[in-house]
Design a binder for this molecule. Structure first.
Ligand SMILES: Cc1cc2nc3c(=O)[nH]c(=O)nc-3n(C[C@H](O)[C@H](O)[C@H](O)COP(=O)(O)O)c2cc1C
Length: 324
């Protein structure tokens, strides 16, 4: 396959594994890269910049293919030292940085000066346009279906992807709701140069999370996510478990404040749920694509299947409409 994204990333297939807190470790990122797609380590999964340097070295032992690093810049009371993480990314010779969560301006200049390409992930065309003006190399555009933070506009991929493709000149990666070859074919038709997947990669053999979580994703339908934090204008899509239901219930009370759910949504609790397989004990990020996940293949099997199905769907569609 050849798109602006395969050319930019130096990969066989235009499929990216997006940054995932606690999941984006060397085992998964290297498996994705070895399968001809693009794996991404998640910087903040590592407790310190030094630990990130070690994780990058570990990933290099597992693959000689290119991979990137995600730096999620969230406004926080006690923010991590993002600059120190970026230093490690640059000094380790990483060639692609995925930014998300906030305006990447402070990081772009340094990354670009060091020859690092920046893929900025955002959820609105207006944010994509300002990132393009700042000089990012590609945009990952995340529709309302996605796991994580879909923004406040609620625009699904069917509208958001072509809207972004019409507005931007730089390559676009369609994100949110992708998990099979039908979706990938559709993304390319909508004007994207590739797809980004999160939830689908959690249900693979190599994802470093507990088997119970993978089986919960397999068992789930497309109705099994919840939207939370809307009243705090920090909307998030999560897996529908006991915690999700409890948070939803508390948020419905008009007087409720973030303090009332703080303990339930604590990051440490979510991490424990993922790693110990306690499905109902913490917040688990997941997108509506859970409804399309039926198995836990190896990453290589998954990528091969998506690529084959994408090609078959495009061939079938071409047969239906004929060529121009
Ligand atoms: C378990 C999990 C953790 C995630 N953590 C992050 C993160 O730390 N930073 C980030 O930018 N995106 C994060 N995401 C979002 C993904 O990178 C990606 O944008 C999203 O999953 C795409 O939607 P999909 O799940 O429908 O494929 C996470 C997603 C999942 C499923």
């Amino acid at each position: 396959m050849k798109t602006r994204i395969t050319e930019m990333l130096g990969v066989e297939y235009p499929i990216i594994q997006g940054g995932m807190q606690w999941v984006g470790r060397a085992e998964l990122a290297s498996a994705v890269s070895n399968a001809g797609a693009f794996g991404i380590l998640t910087a903040l999964t590592q407790p310190t910049p030094e630990a990130l340097a070690a994780e990058i070295a570990r990933c290099r032992q597992l693959t000689d293919k290119p991979f990137g690093v995600n730096l999620t810049i969230l406004p926080a009371i006690r923010a991590p030292d993002y600059g120190a993480y970026l230093d490690v990314i640059i000094d380790s010779g990483i060639k692609v940085l995925e930014t998300a969560g906030n305006n990447p301006r402070p990081f772009i200049e340094r990354a670009k000066a060091a020859g690092v390409k920046v893929v900025h992930k955002c959820t609105a065309v207006r944010h994509a346009l300002s990132a393009e003006r700042l000089g990012v190399d590609a945009i990952s555009i995340d529709g309302f279906e996605c796991a994580g933070h879909p923004g406040e506009d609620d625009i699904p991929g069917l509208i958001l992807i072509p809207a972004a493709a019409r507005a931007l000149s730089i390559p676009i990666v369609a994100s949110g709701g992708f998990g099979d070859g039908r979706g990938m074919a559709a993304a390319l038709m909508l004007g994207a140069d590739g797809v980004n997947m999160g939830t689908r990669f959690c249900a693979t053999q190599e994802a470093p999370i507990h088997e119970n979580i993978k089986q919960a994703l397999v068992a789930a339908s497309e109705r099994d996510t919840r939207i939370i934090y809307r009243k705090f204008r920090n909307t998030a899509r999560i897996f529908r478990n006991a915690i999700a239901e409890e948070v939803t219930e508390i948020e419905r009370r008009p007087e409720s404040r973030f303090d009332d759910i703080k303990e339930l949504v604590a990051g440490a609790r979510g991490r424990k749920a993922l790693e110990a397989g306690e499905v109902d004990e913490g917040l688990i990020w997941a997108g509506q694509v859970v409804g399309l996940i039926d198995d836990v293949p190896t990453v290589a099997e998954l990528i091969a299947r998506i690529v084959a199905e994408c090609r078959a769907r495009i061939a079938a569609a071409t047969a239906m409409v004929g060529t121009a």
